[in-house]
Design a protein around this ligand. Structure first.
Ligand code: 13P
Length: 260
């Protein structure tokens, strides 16, 4: 069965009032009622535990927006993967372009985080994608391969079993400039073929999400694309009503696609 995995990434937004209202509506609408979509929410660290208490025993999953490269010690301000696991996190976003841009995150760190997350049996969501300049220079495929290879070169392709890659072209994030769905499909197909050239089974199973200005009005363009298995959604997930409507569209389209 073809499924769609949608993650709401709050980034640095929200508060306890929003959390409570948002999750109660989402639970009311979707708890155990979605057949073709899976949902996860990635609130800021400080709300993870509260969110967990709201969603435990539901079909909604908890995701974190980052993790540290260390497992414990004198690293003021950081959060370890075991702490995330402790509060019920299942998915961890790593390598988001905003972390690269504003927090000097580099690929050695991202690679270390990827391995740590796997070692703790959580699921990494590796963000990759090109800048606008790189796109103009037709470097999208090369950039994606380089970013994936950073993980593969030390670990081998099996590390991508039970992992997610989120293609998030940097120019499309938060800009309102949503990428053309056919172009995204091409990039996703390229990524899957690249992984398949090393290991077909890993390539078949890997979830490839798209992220970048996806909203209630444009999600339909992406849903029937073969290699787009889900979405990482920022801004549009902060308005609960829009998010609900977006998920409903995904569920409807996926149910149709699964009939054939
Ligand atoms: P927007 O949906 O706000 O463009 O953000 C996408 C994103 O960065 C999700 O991780």
């Amino acid at each position: 069965m073809k499924k769609c995995f949608i993650i709401s990434n709050w980034k640095l937004n929200g508060d306890l009032v929003f959390l409570k209202k948002n999750i109660n509506i989402i639970k009311k609408e979707f708890n155990f009622s979605l057949k073709f979509c899976d949902l996860a929410i990635a609130p800021p660290y400080v709300y993870l535990h509260t969110m967990y208490n709201y969603i435990k025993n539901t079909s909604i999953h908890l995701a974190a927006q980052n993790v540290d490269i260390h497992t414990q010690g004198a690293f003021t301000g950081e959060i370890s993967v075991s702490m995330l696991k402790d509060v019920g996190v299942k998915y961890v976003i790593i390598g988001h372009s905003e972390r690269k841009l504003f927090h000097n995150e580099n690929y050695d760190n991202i690679s270390t985080k990827f391995v740590l997350i796997k070692n703790f049996n959580l699921i990494p969501i590796l963000c990759i994608g090109e800048t606008e300049e790189e796109k103009k220079q037709n470097k999208t495929e090369k950039i994606c391969v380089n970013q994936i290879n950073y993980i593969l070169k030390t670990q081998g392709v099996e590390i991508l079993n039970n992992a997610i890659i989120a293609y998030e072209p940097i120019w499309a994030i938060g800009s309102g400039k949503v990428a053309d769905a056919n172009e995204v499909q091409k990039v996703h197909s390229f990524i899957r073929k690249y992984i398949a050239s090393i290991n077909q089974k890993v390539a078949t199973n890997i979830i490839l999400q798209y992220g970048g200005s996806v909203n209630n009005n444009n999600i339909n363009n992406f849903l029937d694309k073969k290699d787009i298995n889900g979405f990482l959604i920022g801004k549009a997930s902060l308005t609960t009503e829009n998010f609900i409507s977006l998920v409903k569209k995904a569920e409807k389209k996926m149910s149709l696609l699964n009939r054939f």
